[in-house]
Ligand binder design. Structure first.
Ligand SMILES: [Zn+2]
Length: 68
């Protein structure tokens, strides 16, 4: 049985033996997924900073909690 790669939609085959089944079909897709996560995180950070600059209470509290 194969899962679907969330990056390219290709089949992800379980390797025989113990351990976590792979989430991505190739190493490259894993790298790409990690890069997209980082990009999203940076984007969220920028948006929160922007909201805080506009006086959004929740955004200000989020930044305070993150120690920024
Ligand atoms: Zn893939």
């Amino acid at each position: 049985m194969a899962n679907t790669c969330p990056i390219c939609g290709g089949a992800v085959f379980r390797r025989p033996g113990p351990g976590q089944p792979p989430r991505y079909c190739t190493f490259e897709c894993g790298i790409k997924a990690q890069r997209e996560r980082d990009q999203r995180r940076r984007l969220v950070g920028r948006l929160v900073e922007q909201l805080a600059a506009e006086g959004d209470e929740v955004a200000v509290q989020l930044l305070a909690r993150a120690g920024v």
